[in-house]
Ligand binder design. Structure first.
Ligand code: 5GP
Ligand code: ZN
Length: 115
């Protein structure tokens, strides 16, 4: 755990979050500023800064994807959804503990803003 990391502190229960699902290696919780009717963040318990670091830990990466799929099931996103990993400055990443955004619950429009 990194004490200065917001999402490590959510994993530890030091900062409250609306938990949707938890496994031994992942936590899924609602985004504080949702961009769609369903907007859940899926994170590994272990601190990895971004998806590049997560990819170096294939078991953790697989667990994050499995939890994302489970969240879609729990949230009833039967008509589809998106899984997004914002990465680095151009990707608009703001929190440097890797997280998959699971968004859905309505048609999401063009894949990128400005399209
Ligand atoms: P990023 O831009 O890094 O991909 O996404 C960070 C996300 O974390 C944003 O969608 C933001 O709304 C969410 N977020 C930031 N702080 C908190 C918080 O304290 N709690 C929760 N649940 N979400 C947060
Ligand atoms: Zn962290």
């Amino acid at each position: 755990m990194e004490n200065s990391c917001l999402f490590c502190r959510i994993v530890a229960g030091e900062i409250p979050a609306s938990i949707v699902h938890r496994t031994g290696t992942t936590v899924a919780f609602r985004d504080i500023d949702p961009k769609a009717p369903t907007h859940v963040l899926v994170i590994p318990v272990a601190h990895h800064a971004n998806v590049v670091e997560l990819a170096a830990d294939p078991a953790a990466a697989a667990d994050v994807l499995a939890t994302a799929a489970r969240v879609a099931e729990i949230e009833g996103l039967d008509d589809g959804f998106r899984v997004i990993f914002n990465t680095g400055a151009h990707g608009g990443q703001e929190v440097f503990h890797v997280h998959a955004h699971v968004v859905g619950g309505a048609p999401l429009g063009p894949m990128l803003a400005g399209q």
